[in-house]
Design a protein around this ligand. Structure first.
Ligand code: BG6
Length: 469
């Protein structure tokens, strides 16, 4: 690694959020019901269409009404970029209307204008963990081919409206979530509760095609647009040097890399074709699908990174499990874990950056990373979140090393710069922000924003372009 490694000029420092986790106002402005609106217990639990249970997503942190104050705080942090998603149901409440809901678009017009006012680059995720409930009930979610055209219409509305103002886009957040939370990822429901791989991979194919069509539409409108994929990166270590453990780690990584392989290389990899054949999975494709995938690959690789994983063929090691992002996994004896059991591994981030860059040779954008923790307000009103600073500092250091290794890294938007509702557990107790939101998991509190210790720290990191951590 070069000792002189520096973050490049124009590096996109900022934060990332998702509409359903912070906007609230779930029935305002003509918005329809989304899959998040019927998931009161988070993405890993079954939906509740009766909507009897309390659902923290319905009010989020009320960003729908507070976006101006919140963006002013991001500007104070010195953000260069802000990643957010568009709620499909604000634009097409049912998903299959012919014309978009102008009121919904107006909200995002306002958010984008507000960001541009402070020279903050808007980074849009077209679909982050939600789709219209109507497309689940009436169409069966993404396993239905018709959803491809409906998504394409949605994406084109956004691209046409914002292509002169927004350069960076992503199609599907953590597209590999389909494997782990098929309802959230693809609006898929299974009668007996057992995951059906045929339906999951069929839905994945439809999302690949839909994503490639969005890339096509974006580039036709404006060839300067940068449209990326987004995967939950999951680097897996072999538990031991036993060759079988190594192969188990490789196989586990392929489950994730399959998604970026198709979107970045433009074709189905051989290992996946074999897997389909061995497991009796037959993907229905239309004429031209493979050409679309080949011709409209992504411009960059967006990914989240929270932790690393371990694979083993030894049942004794497999027994020792810990929880994690989208997956539970084997405990790594060398790592500490967060209060939620997610194993903390800054070096893993350097490894992931190198792996992805070696594999695709396309720019990388770390669009999520962070520590979910319980924060306490001290008697003097301050929040001393040194643990968060330690986590972020260690990860940013490794990013810098990755740049020194030769990786083309264009940005870093840490997760939840302002506290928001967690995805896996639908709670507000688990916080990621530099900005505290006075609201608890029962939805109680003043909703006041308070700067944590990490606020000034991150501000300084950005101001020195990562030179002083
Ligand atoms: C990512 C998601 O998997 O992890 C986010 O893209 C999510 O939506 C983030 O919030 C952190 O997970 P959690 O469960 O702690 O909110």
């Amino acid at each position: 690694m070069s000792q002189l490694a520096k973050f490049p000029e124009g590096f996109l420092w900022g934060g990332a959020v998702a509409a359903n986790q912070l906007e609230g106002a779930y029935q305002e402005g003509g918005k329809g019901l989304s899959t998040a609106d019927v998931s009161p217990n988070g993405i890993m639990s079954p939906p509740d269409f009766s909507m009897k249970d309390f659902n923290l997503y319905h009010e989020g942190i009320d960003f729908y009404h507070t976006y101006k104050e919140d963006i002013a705080l991001f500007a104070e942090l010195g953000f260069k970029a802000f990643r957010f998603s568009i709620a499909w149901t604000r634009i097409f409440p049912n998903g299959d209307e012919q014309t978009p809901n102008e009121q919904g678009l107006q909200f995002y017009d306002n958010v984008i204008e507000e960001l541009l006012k402070y020279n903050i680059e808007p980074v849009i995720t077209i679909s982050h963990y939600e789709m219209p409930v109507h497309l689940v009930k009436g169409y069966g979610g993404w396993k239905n081919r018709k959803v491809v055209a409906l998504f394409e219409r949605f994406a084109k509305v956004l691209l046409k409206r914002y292509h002169t103002k927004v350069k960076y886009w992503m199609t599907f957040n953590e597209i590999n979530v389909l494997l782990h939370a098929p309802f959230t990822g693809g609006g898929l429901l299974f009668e007996d509760g057992k995951k059906d791989e045929q339906a999951i991979y069929q839905a994945a194919h439809h999302q690949f095609v839909a994503s490639a069509l969005a890339v096509k539409a974006g580039h036709e409108l404006n060839e300067e647009l940068q449209i990326g994929c987004m995967i939950a990166s999951m680097v897996t270590y072999p538990y031991s040097s036993k060759p079988e453990d190594m192969f188990a780690a490789l196989s586990q990584d392929r489950k994730t890399l399959f998604f970026s392989d198709v979107q970045a290389r433009g074709h189905y990899p051989a290992y996946m074709k074999n897997y389909f054949e061995e497991n009796g999975i037959a993907i229905q494709m239309e004429d031209g699908d493979l050409d679309v995938l080949q011709q409209h690959t992504v411009d960059y690789i967006g990914f989240s990174y929270y932790m690393s994983f371990v694979a083993s063929t030894d049942p004794e090691h497999v027994k020792e499990q810990t929880s994690g992002n989208l997956l539970t996994g084997i405990k790594n004896p060398y790592l500490e874990a967060s209060e939620w059991g997610w194993q903390i591994d800054p070096v893993g981030l350097r490894t992931v950056c190198n792996m992805l860059y070696d594999r695709y040779e396309k720019p990388l954008f770390i669009v999520e990373n962070g520590l979910g923790a319980v924060d306490t307000i001290e008697a003097d009103g301050s929040i001393q979140d040194d643990y968060r600073i330690d986590y972020l500092q260690a990860h940013i250091r490794e990013m810098k090393k990755a740049i020194g290794d030769g990786v083309d890294l264009i940005g870093y938007t840490s997760w939840g710069p302002i506290d928001l509702v967690s995805a896996s557990t639908a709670e507000l107790k688990k916080r990621y922000g530099y900005i505290y939101v006075d609201r608890d998991s029962e939805g109680k509190g003043s909703n006041k924003r308070i700067k944590k210790k990490s606020f000034d720290w991150y501000k300084h990191v950005i101001a020195t372009n990562g030179e002083e951590l």
